[in-house]
Design a binder for this molecule. Structure first.
Ligand code: ACM
Length: 269
């Protein structure tokens, strides 16, 4: 399969121009699975819940999904991208997955980072694997990287490729995603954003360097941290089905699940 990312520099609040710009950068791409950043249409740093309310969109009737659906259909693309979702008076930091066949799937970010907790509701539906064009795709959003359980659950459910729309801020997120690929022997595609947002007396710089990582940890392609960038690679997703690390180690069969019970409890110590 052809898989890649579109690294972007969204302008806060400029939904129509952000979507137009993404569409234009993808105009020569077809027959591929492309991941875009988290909140690619709105920008990241909301000043208030009111501001979020004005910019959030419905997945079923909103402008962004409708436009991206047209593009997915026209170019035979699977598109995974982040938006601020409005649903039943709640607001989610959502990854939308539009398949080339026009199916729309959502994942509402479960681990909210810092000020996101002031405005968004965390998703509670868990982590699903979607079979598209014969490939098994899982989705997680940005700060989910800090919780290795997310990638593990997706991999245990059979994900071959983990798609990771992001607005990374902490400097080690991309290294951690390389580790997520290695420890689960899956492909990961992190689509990060670039640029600085200064709003609400906060300034955040996003780390760019989007990447596609192979199950053995090889970085198959990556971007820099200064410019918008589209990178696509051809991968054999079934490589991720092989969990064998050495002649004597299968990383899933070797797990000692009876020793891992504390992971299922919220208490520590
Ligand atoms: C993040 O989760 N956007 C840092």
């Amino acid at each position: 399969m052809k898989v890649g990312f579109l690294q972007l520099r969204p302008k806060f609040g400029a939904i129509r121009s952000n979507v137009r710009s993404a569409r234009s950068l993808l105009r020569n791409v077809s027959d591929a699975t492309i991941v875009l950043p988290e909140l690619f249409n709105t920008g990241y740093l909301f000043r208030s819940k009111d501001e979020l309310k004005k910019l959030a969109e419905s997945v079923t009737t909103g402008y962004t999904v409708a436009e991206m659906k047209k593009l997915a259909k026209k170019k035979n693309l699977n598109l995974i991208f982040g938006i601020a979702e409005k649903k039943a008076r709640k607001y989610y930091n959502t990854a939308v997955f539009i398949t080339s066949a026009g199916k729309v799937i959502t994942y509402q970010k479960t681990h909210l980072f810092d000020r996101e907790k002031l405005f968004f509701t965390p998703g509670t539906k868990g982590y699903a694997v979607h079979v598209v064009d014969g490939c098994k795709l899982g989705i997680m959003v940005c700060f989910d990287w800090h919780f290795p359980e997310v990638a593990r659950v997706l991999a245990l459910k059979g994900a071959q490729v983990i798609c990771h729309p992001s607005n990374l801020i902490l400097p080690f997120g991309l290294d951690a995603m390389r580790t997520r690929a290695i420890e689960n022997r899956v492909f990961t595609v992190t689509a990060n954003r670039i640029g600085t947002e200064k709003r609400a007396n906060v300034s955040l710089t996003f780390t760019g360097n989007s990447q596609v990582v192979a199950p053995n940890g090889d970085i198959l392609t990556s971007a820099g941290e200064r410019s918008e960038s589209l990178k696509i690679v051809e991968v054999d997703a079934t490589e991720a089905d092989n969990k064998s690390l050495t002649a004597n180690n299968d990383i899933f069969k070797d797990r000692k699940v009876s020793l891992y019970k504390p992971i299922l409890s919220k208490t520590t110590g």
